[in-house]
Design a protein around this ligand. Structure first.
Ligand SMILES: [Zn+2]
Length: 92
């Protein structure tokens, strides 16, 4: 399956139901951190949260999975350089 890996600042996620339905998600969404995410280009049958990322000038909307969280932007930048991964700064 096609996917892109990108670093983006995203809220913490509790489950796929999201902050509108789930109280624990609402609490978790207040905390944001730079994270390495895997965004799937094609939809799947698994319920995953959805995000919007810009890869170069291409906008991708897809399901994603968090693979790694970074404590600081510096840590995220270091990882991005070492692994050749883009950082999406479009949404704060
Ligand atoms: Zn939840």
């Amino acid at each position: 399956m096609d996917y892109v890996r990108i670093i983006k600042k995203i809220p913490r996620i509790h489950c796929a139901r999201g902050p509108k339905i789930c109280d624990k998600c609402k609490q978790a969404s207040k905390e944001k951190s730079y994270s390495l995410i895997k965004v799937y280009i094609e939809p799947s049958n698994i319920a995953r949260p959805i995000t919007e990322v810009y890869v170069g000038c291409r906008k991708i909307v897809g399901e994603f999975e968090v693979q790694k969280r970074f404590k600081t932007l510096e840590e995220a930048k270091k990882y991005a350089i070492e692994h050749g991964i883009e950082i999406d700064f479009s949404i704060e």
